[in-house]
Write a protein that binds this ligand. Structure first.
Ligand code: IPM
Ligand code: MG
Length: 374
């Protein structure tokens, strides 16, 4: 049995609490004799700033490169807000990992679990059965474009600049990911940009159109302006299957998509890079999209399901353990069907539980699903 090397970076806020549930689940698999893991634990974000003065140390990045996959909690919080130089903010911990590992493809599936259809802020019939996949470009655009600065002008005002920049190859490789994934799903892609006001939008649209005609004509392609896309997501979300967009639009629209599924606490993500010719391994990091939620940190209130669903994606995409990924997905569904809810998804008639109880319930359930003796 292969031993999977996992680097865990819990980060800040609710990061450590939810990450502990992912580890609990994986250790349960191990105890059941279903898989073997080697865990390495390290610091990122504010926790790393406090201990080492930097949000991501070169040693941590090097460890991430050697791991089969990185499991990531969340970084940031009021403790570090507005303090220290911009390049040493906690968020640079995750941005540095994305860039350092070349994780250009961010998959953010928004799936509405049947028992949660009533928890959405939208009408139940709009979200029931929802299954969309946002493919977000993750290493380019305005997050990383140079110059990125605040300068003082001669008249004493200050001027801030961020730069939105994309090359054809960056657009092409992310569009390719979207088209490939669409073929295994509903076979259609919406590409969102703002070609009406942005040069990067025009290049995005042209590049996606050309790639589609040359290699993916069997997939249905729709172009959509990003603002309209936001509106359509809350109007009629089930019209979408795979959606591809740049880094910033993907950040914003994936939060919108998350809420359709009931809670920000439900949405997982996978960030994937290219396969290394040297090791044959694809760099990969798995994280929930919800962030650190400082208001509830340390109170056993956070929803661990986005972290667990991210663990499911890790089992599937990085560790070649699809049956275990399927079992985890079924375990989450079963626990929700039994009426267990963290406070963010609570509803009348359900049982409100804490982070640890929810995580333990999922871990316990997996033996039943795989019908192995516990
Ligand atoms: C996300 C987060 C990050 C982002 C932050 C923490 C830098 O919001 O992953 O969606 O903006 O990409
Ligand atoms: Mg975000």
């Amino acid at each position: 049995m292969k031993t999977h090397k996992i680097l865990t970076l819990a980060g800040d806020g609710i990061g450590p609490e939810v990450l502990a549930e992912a580890v609990r689940f994986l250790k349960r698999l191990e105890a059941l004799g279903l898989a073997r893991f080697e865990f390495e634990d390290d610091l990122a974000g504010g926790a790393s700033i406090d201990a080492r003065g930097v949000p991501l140390s070169p040693e941590t990045l090097a460890r991430a490169k050697l791991a089969d996959a990185v499991l990531f909690g969340a970084v940031g919080g009021p403790k570090w807000d507005g303090k220290g130089p911009y390049h040493l903010r906690p968020e640079q911990g995750i941005l540095g990992l994305r860039q350092g590992l070349g994780l250009y493809a961010n998959l953010r599936p928004a799936r509405c679990y049947a028992p949660l259809a009533a928890a959405s802020s939208l009408k139940q019939e709009l979200v029931e059965g929802l299954d969309i996949l946002i493919v977000r470009e993750l290493t380019g655009g305005v997050y990383f474009g140079q110059p990125k600065e605040i300068v003082t002008l001669e008249d004493g005002q200050r001027r801030a600049t961020d730069t939105q920049v994309y090359t054809t190859s960056e657009i092409e490789r992310i569009a390719r990911v979207a088209f490939e994934l669409a073929r295994s799903r509903g076979n259609f892609v919406h590409s969102a940009e703002k070609n009406n006001v942005m040069r990067t939008g025009s290049l995005w649209k042209e590049t996606v159109t050309e790639l589609h005609a040359a290699e993916y004509a069997d997939v249905t392609l729709h172009h959509i302006l990003a603002d309209n896309c936001g509106m359509q997501l809350v109007r009629r979300p089930k019209q979408f299957d795979v959606m591809v967009m740049d880094n910033l639009f993907g950040d914003i629209l994936s939060d919108v998509a998350a809420m359709l599924t009931g809670s920000l606490g439900m949405l997982p993500s996978a960030s994937l890079g290219a396969v290394s010719p040297a090791t044959g391994k694809r760099a990969a990091l798995y994280e929930p999209i919800h962030g650190t939620a400082p208001d509830i940190a340390g109170q056993n209130k956070a929803n661990p399901l986005a972290m667990l669903a991210s663990t499911e994606m890790m089992l599937r995409y990085s560790l070649d353990e699809a049956p275990l990924a399927d079992a985890l997905s079924s375990a989450i569904e079963a626990v929700l069907a039994r009426g267990l809810r963290t406070p963010d998804i609570a509803a009348p008639g359900t049982t409100v539980v804490g982070t640890a109880e929810m995580g333990a319930a999922v871990a316990e359930e997996v033996a039943n699903i795989l019908e192995v003796a516990a």
